[in-house]
Design a protein around this ligand. Structure first.
Ligand code: DGP
Length: 210
C-alpha cells in the first residue's frame, strides 16, 4: 500500500490573531488522532537568513524594503526540500505564516503587490489556507502590539487590507475574535474534508503561477 502524502495546511492572519497558539493546538489534536504532523513557522529565525530577518524585526538592523522582502522569500525557499520530503513521506504540515504574509506586509509598506509576489512564484501551493481574521480594535484589546517593527496600528490596518486583496475563494476565513475553543473547532472543521479525502493530488509547485 502506498502512503498518502501529507496535507499542507497554512495558517495566516494579522499579528495578535492567535495563529501560533492555534497552530500548536491543531498540531496536538492531529497527533492525538494519530496523524503524523509537524509544525513549521515562517520566518524561521534559526537559519542564517532568519537571523538577519530577526535583527530587522527587532530593529537592530536596517535593510531596504526590497532586500528584506527577498530575504523573507529566501527563508521560505530554503525550507522547500524539507517540506517536500516530509509531505511526500506522509507527514502533515501545519505552517504558521507563508508567502501571503510575505506579500501582505511588504505591500503594506508601499511596494507593489505584483512585484512582491514574484520571488515566491513557483513555491509549493498549500492544500488549505486558514485565515484567522481579527479586527484591529480587537487586536488592540488583546494587550496591544509588541515592539517589533511591524507591530503598529496603522500598518496592521493596511496589512489586513492587503490580505483581503490576496484572498482566494478557497481560503477558509475564521473569525479569530471568537473564543480559543471556537476558533480551534472552526479550524478543525475546515480541514476535515481534505483530511478525510482518500487521495490527494500530487504536490503542486505553482504558487501564483497562473
Ligand atoms: P511572527 O514571528 O509570526 O510574529 O512574524 C514576524 C513579523 O514579520 C510579523 O509582524 C509578520 C512579519 N512577516 C512575516 N512574514 C513576512 C514576510 O515574508 N515578509 C514581510 N515583509 N514580513 C513578514
Amino acid at each position: 500500500m502506498t502512503t498518502r502524502r501529507g496535507l499542507f495546511i497554512v495558517v495566516e492572519g494579522c499579528d495578535r490573531a492567535g495563529k501560533s497558539t492555534q497552530c500548536e493546538r491543531l498540531v496536538q489534536r492531529m497527533r492525538g488522532e494519530q496523524l503524523g504532523t509537524e509544525l513549521l513557522k515562517f520566518p524561521d529565525r534559526t537559519t542564517q537568513t532568519g537571523q538577519m530577518i530577526d535583527g530587522y524585526l527587532k530593529q537592530t538592523q536596517h535593510l531596504d524594503d526590497h532586500a528584506i522582502h527577498l530575504l523573507f522569500s529566501a527563508n521560505r525557499w530554503e525550507a522547500i526540500d524539507t517540506m517536500t520530503s516530509l509531505l511526500n513521506s506522509g507527514t502533515n504540515l501545519v505552517v504558521d505564516r507563508y508567502a501571503f504574509s510575505g506579500v501582505a506586509f511588504s505591500a503594506a509598506k508601499g511596494l507593489s503587490l505584483d512585484w512582491c509576489k514574484q520571488p515566491d512564484v513557483g513555491l509549493l501551493t498549500p492544500d488549505v489556507v486558514l485565515f484567522l481574521d481579527l479586527p484591529i480594535e480587537e487586536a488592540e484589546r488583546r494587550g496591544g502590539f509588541g515592539d517589533e517593527r511591524y507591530e503598529k496600528r496603522e500598518l496592521q490596518i493596511i496589512v489586513r487590507q492587503k490580505f483581503g486583496q490576496l484572498m482566494e475563494s478557497s481560503w477558509k476565513v475564521i473569525d479569530a475574535s471568537e473564543s480559543m475553543d471556537k476558533v480551534h473547532e472552526a479550524m478543525w472543521d475546515a480541514i476535515q474534508s481534505k483530511m478525510q479525502a482518500s487521495t490527494l493530488e500530487d504536490l503542486r509547485f505553482d504558487l501564483w503561477k497562473a
